[in-house]
Design a binder for this molecule. Structure first.
Ligand SMILES: [Zn+2]
Ligand SMILES: [Zn+2]
Length: 383
């Protein structure tokens, strides 16, 4: 496909001023004028391109439109462009001039390129021929902390565009046949001739009646009205494996929107949103928790029970354990089916008794004396 950049055709930069564009146009038009090159097809083509380029770039609005649509987005607005990735390209296909007498304006040429599309949104559709893959869909699924850790099965409902089952994507009511388009005689194109300043110009447009197919259903499908597509709701079961985390994405191949003309279906991507736990904090495969122990357990050491995601586990607290000390319980974090496993970390919180029995008080006083603490000075023993 002949994709050309209008700025390059005139040999100016994208930031060229109106005066620069005008001057470049004059020079080029003079150089390639058909009177100077009778019968030279290349020059003729070049001359046409120069004129179209000037027609667009010399008009503030059209230039802006070209800058916008030429470098991004709706390529179909440009003379049946087929969605090529080139940016700023301009399609000169489907355009034939007969040089002769003629009147009219370049506006006609412009219209024929843009099909009124760039301004009115009515674009010249490109001819769809081969199968087109369906769109991918994205869905968020909220799961609990435990479901993320241990895995679960969820069912969700998605709404998507799919192939019409009633007509099997043909667009025709079952039993009715596909007939040759009368509007274009099966060619898929409508040719029109108009008079322009350059002479008679023939343009070929995609046939609106058959969308360039050259044929259409005799009777449209009563469900999709010939569009071949319908919106459907579908319940999808998702198996969520153990060990997924907040932000994990699951891909369900082929569960996206149905393809066009036997094209493959798109995929369904599920983004997991995991709720937080009141007891634990998760860090990848590791789990962090806290456990309170008595002051005396911290001083003397003990064996304590610690809650983990896999239930209570026993650990040894050595004598002289200070507050905030962290102990690791290996392999008791999140476990994945591939054998990967994190660890459980427990932070010790030492609980200071707030009320003492008479006996306890006496024992603490005796301990203070043993430790050489003059607790009366600090006001601690006024009871
Ligand atoms: Zn047709
Ligand atoms: Zn249908």
């Amino acid at each position: 496909m002949a994709e050309k950049n209008l700025y390059e055709i005139l040999g100016v930069s994208k930031t060229a001023t109106d005066a620069e564009i005008k001057s470049a146009y004059r020079k080029s038009a003079l150089k390639y004028h058909p009177d100077k090159h009778k019968g030279d097809k290349d020059s003729e083509q070049k001359f046409k391109e120069i004129n179209v380029a000037y027609e667009v770039l010399s008009d503030k609005q059209k230039r802006q439109q070209y800058d916008t649509f030429g470098s991004a987005g709706p390529r179909n607005g440009f003379g049946g462009g087929s969605g090529g990735a080139q940016s700023g390209g301009f399609d000169f296909n489907g355009m034939n001039f007969d040089f002769g007498n003629g009147s009219g304006g370049f506006a006609d040429i412009f219209e024929s390129f843009f099909g009124g599309g760039a301004s009115s949104g009515r674009s010249k559709r490109s001819k769809r021929s081969g199968p087109i893959r369906g769109n991918d869909i994205e869905a968020n699924v909220k799961i609990s902390f435990d479901d993320a850790v241990f895995g679960c099965e969820k069912e969700l409902e998605i709404t998507k565009s799919d192939v019409c089952q009633h007509c099997d994507g043909r667009g025709a009511e079952p039993g009715s046949s596909i007939v040759t388009c009368k509007a274009c005689n099966g060619t898929g194109e409508i040719r029109s001739i108009r008079n322009t300043i350059l002479g008679q110009m023939a343009t070929s447009n995609i046939c609106d009646e058959c969308n360039g197919e050259g044929k259409h259903p005799e009777k449209l499908c009563s469900v999709c009205h010939g569009t071949t597509r319908v919106r459907v709701k579908e319940r999808v079961k998702v198996k969520i494996p153990a060990g997924v985390d907040n932000g994990s994405t699951l891909k369900l191949a082929g569960k996206g929107e149905g393809g066009i003309k036997n094209g493959l279906s798109g995929d369904l991507y599920i983004l997991l949103v995991v709720e937080q736990s009141k007891k634990f904090i998760r860090d990848g495969l590791d789990i962090h928790g806290e456990t309170e122990i008595h002051l005396i357990q911290a001083v003397l050491g003990d064996e304590i029970s610690v809650p983990t995601i896999h239930g209570e586990k026993t650990i040894k607290i050595p004598a002289g354990t200070s507050d905030s000390k962290v102990f690791k319980i290996s392999g008791e974090g999140v476990k994945r089916s591939n054998g990967q496993a994190g660890d459980h970390y427990v932070k010790i919180r030492i609980k200071i008794p707030e009320k003492l029995s008479k006996k306890e008080r006496e024992l603490y006083i005796a301990l203070a004396a043993e430790a050489g603490l003059d607790t009366k000075k600090s006001g601690g023993l006024f009871w």
